[in-house]
Design a binder for this molecule. Sequence first.
Ligand SMILES: C[S@@+](CC[C@H](N)C(=O)[O-])C[C@H]1O[C@@H](n2cnc3c(N)ncnc32)[C@H](O)[C@@H]1O
Length: 296
Amino acid sequence: MGNGLNGQASKTQDGSLVLMMCNRVMSGDCLKILPAVPAASVDLVFADPPFNIGYEYDRYDDRRKKEDYLRWAEQWLEAVRRVLKPTGSFWLAIGDEYVAEHKIRLDALGWTLRNWVVWHYTFGVHCEKKFTRSHAHLLYYVVDPKRSTFNADAVRVPSARQTVYSDRRANPKGRVPDDTWVLRPQEEARCFRADSDTWYVRRVCGTFKERVDHPCQMPEAVLERIVQACTNPGDLVLDPFAGSGTTLVVAKRLGRRFLGIELSENYAEQVRRRLEGVEADRSTRSRRGSNVAETE
Ligand SMILES: C[S@@+](CC[C@H](N)C(=O)[O-])C[C@H]1O[C@@H](n2cnc3c(N)ncnc32)[C@H](O)[C@@H]1O
């Protein structure tokens, strides 16, 4: 298990007080660690598992037989289901290859699909014999739509009525974003070309300050929207495939508690170092403001 422990008390669904180890990343297999997490204790799970498309991770083999990969998906989904609160939310990042199979398995858990978000980026690996991919899927489920958290005001973006048409009927607070997410230059200037209005890398740029040594690091901006919308300060955020630790970094900055699990001790150690440099910011908006823009 990792170091930098910071155990905190957390109440479970049945009201009993348990010692929950949180605000840390644990190194190991999530299937082995998740059973130690109290049932119904987590407010938000963000899962970005390996896509089984041959990425080069240092410990995990991303070229598994389809049946093996999907059996494993069922196991970790079941383990995640046990720890999610009845008021909880679940997000899955997944590629084209297995999104349909995961959707069927998520529906079978009895959860409710709230959004099938398409995160659009450009400049993926260029293809000549088919069209170049420029999106990933973010499936947003809740256990109970009547009891789940959705902080609309925390994620509003300026509407076209406001910015383009100067329409006085526009809600001055802006609008809740669409389900296609595009990062635009005004939000992340360092990741855009001068002549483009679209996020141009499929992962965080090599020169970007937040970049660490991991093959598929998620941009913090994507996680900021998810954490802000689906949790409140003090809530517990779990990432069973922590990778470079983006979810945990964002959770910490936004004043949420967090628990990460990462198979690779090497990656987990990088996450610990990355977390050390993060200060909690308890304001409702992130330091970058509304950072994933809607398409107009
Ligand atoms: C797609 S990456 C996650 C990237 C992460 N969202 C980020 O922003 O950096 C998937 C991660 O899952 C880890 N992993 C694979 N199998 C695992 C397991 N059984 N338990 C925990 N982590 C695992 C891999 O080592 C890899 O770092």
